[in-house]
Ligand binder design. Structure first.
Ligand code: MRU
Length: 377
């Protein structure tokens, strides 16, 4: 079947050109412009009110778009950075591979400093950098051609991984299930389908229906602005709830599974995701509801032994009071604390769903067995 073929090709390391084109068709949230002088993104901070496309043509515009969450979601950040570094590489004036590499590295380091938690950012940039390293004795124009191929491949592989994750996720659910999700891990955050929302979109295509409860996801409201928008537009039954309503909804028996995405999975299965995720996991455990973390291998970081090693982004406290509100929600003198992510302990996770299957505890072993080449590297 198609999924198995895709997985096998990915295992062999490369997708065919026609397959890349097929996987990339219809993706509009992150792509190159025709001249390949800029990355085009949908400005996610404007949704759902306005669908505005931005052209990011220089390093500062790329950095700012990632930092300000105009493009967000771990895989989408990685894809944007990969396209972005290619766009910046095209502007490098160098007559040798070495000179080219020096400037490339500077640009990559700058983009990489835009956000710390989602490992997909550094993963994608490192992947692009290794292309340059491996061809350092080639001419810059030859290296550019390879970089172009690589960034397209990164996005196409993400689409294939999301599809595989969606298949595995769907196999755990049944028609009519109530699902609770937190933050946004849909197509906007990835390439196609999404991770946590992928099984729901795939189910819809196949006539399997779900009722979804979308946590609004304070402080930046990715659940309200993006998840409920994506599901509603996709014809999936969605009910928006405030984050502090998850307990009553779970208690009422309306939730059969929690599905969330992730920004970095440590080697022991601890998983960083949007702030509030670990609270959802604790509630799910209390109510006996399975809690699934869905993510591609680009989100696994074997260099982090546990969640303790994951850097948690702390954002401007003013986002809690002001962002997306007409008037500040608290007095200027009031202090705020604004960690953007938290780590869900592996003991609270029923399964981690990746493109290579449904992994269960003990995660140290199951992750290593599913991705031996990554675990060793
Ligand atoms: O700060 P954000 O909006 O980038 O946080 C995103 C999340 O926490 C997502 O759940 C995660 O990146 C997974 S996206 C498939």
């Amino acid at each position: 079947n198609r999924r198995r073929e895709t997985e096998e090709e990915m295992d062999q390391g490369r997708l065919k050109e026609e397959e890349i084109a097929e996987l990339l068709s219809g993706i509009e949230n992150v792509r190159l412009n025709e001249e390949e002088t800029a990355v085009i993104i949908v400005d996610q901070t404007q949704l759902p009110g306005k669908k505005e496309f931005l052209e990011l043509g220089d390093a500062k515009a790329l950095y700012d778009a990632i930092f300000e969450l105009k493009v967000r979601g771990a895989p989408a950040i990685g894809i944007c950075a990969a396209y972005g570094i290619y766009v910046l590489a095209r502007k490098i004036k160098a007559d040798s591979g070495e000179a080219f590499y020096k400037k490339f590295k500077e640009d990559a380091e700058y983009l990489n400093s835009s956000r710390p938690t989602a490992v997909n950012l550094s993963w994608a940039l490192k992947r692009m950098e290794s292309v340059v390293e491996a061809h350092i004795s080639s001419l810059p124009k030859e290296i550019l051609a390879l970089l172009r191929e690589e960034c397209k491949l990164i996005q196409a592989e993400d689409a294939a991984m999301c599809k595989a994750i969606s298949e595995y996720g769907l196999s755990l659910l049944k028609d009519g299930d109530g699902i609770l999700t937190h933050c946004n891990a849909g197509p906007l955050a990835t390439s196609k389908y999404g991770t946590a929302l992928g099984p729901l979109f795939l189910g819809k295509e196949r006539g399997v229906n779900f009722h979804v409860f979308s946590d609004e996801t304070r402080p930046l409201l990715q659940g309200a602005r993006l998840t409920s928008y994506e599901l509603d537009q996709g014809g999936i039954d969605v009910t928006l709830i405030c984050d502090n309503m998850a307990s009553i909804v779970m208690k009422s028996g309306k939730v059969q599974a929690c599905l969330v995405g992730c920004d970095r999975i440590a080697a022991n299965g601890d998983a960083a995701n949007k702030i509030g995720t670990s609270g959802v996991a604790i509630l799910a455990k209390y109510y006996g509801i399975p809690f699934y973390v869905l993510g591609p291998s680009s989100t696994i970081d074997f260099s982090c032994k546990t969640g303790e090693d994951i850097v948690i982004e702390e954002r401007n406290p003013e986002e809690i009071k002001c962002k997306f509100y007409e008037k500040p929600m608290a007095l200027p003198s009031v202090k705020c604390y604004n960690p953007a992510f938290d780590v869900t302990d592996h003991s609270l996770i029923t399964a981690i769903i990746t493109e290579r299957g449904i992994l269960r505890a003990p995660f140290t072993e199951s992750l290593k067995a599913a991705f031996p080449e990554r675990a060793e590297g």
